[in-house]
Write a protein that binds this ligand. Structure first.
Ligand SMILES: [Zn+2]
Length: 381
């Protein structure tokens, strides 16, 4: 493919506004593009106007290398602050500007184009490359969750997530959990608190127990650092001279393999159960979001091939690192079989979700070549 066509494809998908939805338009664009090159793909509907896309090239029955990218983008924010319209991709001084240029339509387009070019060039692939393009990554990895529970990740032998990694390869990240605890009390006049039940006081009992547990955790991950807990949203009460009958606390936890999601869920449940044994305490705990930490093998062949591919193309070595943020990998690793994961894609994560988000065009084009070399070497090693 000509460089210009490669860039045009990226521009085309940036121009599709897929802010927290409308991913089906991106899926349709990619599926038409694949079809023009003789590659079949399948839409997996998530909701109205929202569909994941699964496509494959190569031979079945052998190893399967997964490529994954999300098709949604985050809100463009204050439009007046953008130098260029966020959904009209604009090229200037070697950079391509637009919402999703870095996070992560460049990674997605690079993977799709790598697959198309490998097919067009009739490269012998003793195995399959499988694209898993997802919906709703930014709001809960919804598409990855759906594809994994429907078995689409069960045949993977390795997975590359094309999120912007900068000049490095990520092989581990923390897990992420959100919870909501509600506390039900009883209204009363604040001059006669004995007639009521203070929902805020009871919620604080929970918070204090959680903080006690957090302080008692000594384990730390050499690579990922500490497990963290933060209360992030709190509401309760409605009148300053009334005993509140309702209070709610939400929090976010970043987990590490040493203090994992299952352990946290069990500790929190015990805290709530124990407190609910007290008279007048009525707490309810709900897990809103539960993403596992990803901790892959640093010496996996896919990690090595990514390092080698980058070095061959760019002439310099890049490190393997751990990062704090979660990705679709947190869902895909729930598949039946264990497989190594790397996060490796064009763009710079520090520009993600920002005004004037952009990607270096050369970086995007180079990554297509690097992906192609990784695929060929993966199946021929
Ligand atoms: Zn992303």
């Amino acid at each position: 493919m000509e460089q210009q066509e490669r860039v045009q494809i990226l521009k085309d998908i940036i121009n599709i506004d897929s802010t927290n939805g409308n991913e089906e338009a991106v899926a349709s664009y990619l599926s038409d593009l694949f079809a023009r090159h003789g590659i079949d793909s399948k839409k997996v509907q998530f909701a109205e106007k929202r569909a994941n896309l699964v496509s494959e090239i190569g031979e079945s029955g052998k190893r399967v290398l997964g490529f994954s990218g999300h098709m949604d983008v985050v809100d463009a924010g204050d439009l007046s602050k953008w130098s260029f319209p966020p959904f009209e991709a604009t090229e200037k001084d070697g950079k391509l500007y637009g919402r999703g240029s870095t996070d992560m339509k460049s990674g997605l387009a690079a993977m799709v184009i790598a697959m198309i070019e490998l097919k067009d060039e009739k490269k012998a692939l003793p195995g399959k490359v499988k694209l898993l393009a997802t919906v709703g990554e930014e709001v809960g990895e919804l598409g990855a969750e759906q594809l994994t529970s429907n078995g689409y990740a069960d045949d993977l032998d390795a997975l590359v997530i094309g999120e912007p990694s900068g000049p490095q390869i990520c092989f581990a990240h923390k897990g992420s959990m959100n919870y909501t605890v509600t506390s039900i009390g009883k209204n009363a006049h604040s001059s006669m608190p004995q007639l009521g039940v203070n929902a805020i006081d009871n919620l604080m009992l929970f918070y204090n127990e959680v903080e006690k547990f957090v302080a008692s955790v000594n384990e730390t991950s050499k690579l990922l650092g500490d497990f963290t807990h933060n209360a992030t949203v709190v509401t309760g009460g409605n009148q300053v001279n009334s005993i509140p009958e309702f209070a709610k606390l939400q929090g976010n936890i970043r987990t590490i393999p040493e203090v994992d999601n299952a352990e946290i869920q069990s500790v929190f449940k015990k805290i709530v159960d124990r407190l609910n044994e007290q008279a007048d305490v009525k707490l309810n705990l709900v897990w809103d979001y539960n993403k596992l930490p990803v901790f892959s093998d640093k010496d996996s062949s896919i990690a090595k091939l990514a390092q080698q591919g980058y070095k061959n193309k760019m002439g310099e070595s890049i490190p393997l690192v751990a990062s704090p943020g979660t990705t679709d990998a947190a869902e895909f690793i729930k598949a039946k079989k264990e497989f190594p994961v790397i996060i490796f894609g064009p763009g710079n994560a520090q520009l993600a979700h920002q005004v004037d988000e952009c990607v270096d065009v050369k970086n995007y084009l180079d990554m297509i070549d690097i992906y192609k070399e990784m695929v060929i070497n993966y199946f021929n090693q």
